[in-house]
Design a protein around this ligand. Structure first.
Ligand code: TYM
Length: 320
């Protein structure tokens, strides 16, 4: 691996079935940017972030394994990418604490995720409140230049940038590099079956590893509005897997025939997702592979992050 390349960092929480919003909004970019060879990629399972909403150990284990297999199935190559579990690298939580000490509560209260939770009158745990600081640590530890994510994570990257600046200012250093979000405009917000952002918590997802039957069920449930020229919610998802030029023709030809258009969408989605699904199933039969990959990722991520933490400790004056 070339150490001089700019670093790419991103992660996903192991909290639910992956959906095509995760894939088109983020995972596909992890793969494309890693393959392009221009970056040094670090991709991880954000299990400590998941802990805020999932406190069931069997589920944590299962979903973590599923996410690692999914990373491989979509095409990440562990020889090119450092693939690891956040909880395997203690520097993440250590740096999070140091960031906590330079961050104010009013600043964290401005986070969308916190404000949403508060608006829903939820009892918010400290981990949720503090979420942006752990995420800043995830990113800044590796000197990330780019962070490929969907639009919903943009504010979190801004928090990471602000935190890098603040640390550098407080300690009169340039230790932390300012990361840039990498958000693809056309897939920044992948819509769900109801037209809102596709999200595990809205129950509007199309799972990435759905069987054809499941795909058909989800597509048939897409909410259509007969007031316009074409079923916009169907079209918006179709756009992910077929060019707009082809779609224009198809949607003209079958204007008004929503059932047919949905069937065509099922066909196209199935064709697109079938190889990823097949790879996912093939990898399931090789359980040893996960420990091996995570073991290697842990060693590499620990070595790099520990070297950074040594500098951090010296900078703040707790090590000499
Ligand atoms: P998470 O696990 O909620 O989602 C994983 C990725 O999928 C993207 N995404 C979408 N993109 C477009 N349209 C959608 N409908 C859609 N739904 C989800 C998310 O934007 C995200 O990129 N906080 C992060 C995990 C994380 C992280 C990090 C990411 C922890 N530490 C450091 C980057 C760097 C999260 O909850 O993602």
């Amino acid at each position: 691996m070339n150490d001089t390349k700019p670093v790419l960092v991103s992660g996903i929480k192991p909290t639910g079935d992956l959906h095509i919003g995760n894939y088109f909004g983020a995972m596909r970019q992890f793969v494309e940017l890693s393959r392009a060879g221009k970056y040094r990629p670090f991709v991880f399972v954000a299990d400590y972030h998941a802990l805020n909403s999932m406190q069931e150990h069997e589920e944590m284990r299962r979903r973590t394994r599923e996410l690692v297999v999914a990373y491989l199935a979509v095409g990440l190559d562990p020889k090119e990418v450092v693939l690891f579990k956040q909880s395997d690298v203690p520097a993440h939580t250590e740096l999070c604490w140091i960031f906590d000490t330079i961050t104010t509560m009013p600043y964290l209260m401005r986070a969308h995720a916190y404000k949403d939770a508060e608006a829903r009158n939820k009892e918010i745990n400290v981990g949720t409140f503090n979420y942006p600081m752990l995420m800043a640590a995830d990113i800044l530890l590796y000197d990330a230049a780019v962070v490929p994510v969907g639009a919903d994570q943009k504010q979190h990257i801004e928090y990471a940038r602000d935190t890098a600046e603040k640390f550098n200012r407080v300690y009169r250093t340039d230790l932390f590099k300012l990361p840039e979000p990498y958000i693809m405009a056309d897939v920044a917000v992948v819509p769900g079956t109801d037209g809102q952002k596709m999200s595990k918590s809205y129950g509007n997802v199309i799972p990435l590893f759905a069987s054809r039957e499941e795909l058909a069920r989800r597509v048939m449930s897409i909410v259509t509005d007969s007031s316009g020229e074409r079923p916009e919610n169907v079209y918006a998802i179709h756009k992910l897997v077929r060019s707009e030029g082809e779609l224009e023709k198809m949607y003209d030809e079958y204007q008004g025939d929503y059932k047919m258009l949905k069937e065509l969408l099922v066909e196209d989605l199935d064709r697109y997702l079938a190889p990823i699904r097949a790879k996912y199933e093939e990898l399931q039969s090789d359980p040893g592979i996960i420990e091996e990959i995570l073991g290697e990722g842990k060693r590499e991520a620990r070595a790099i992050s520990e070297a950074k933490m040594e500098e951090v400790r010296r900078t703040i004056g707790v090590a000499y």
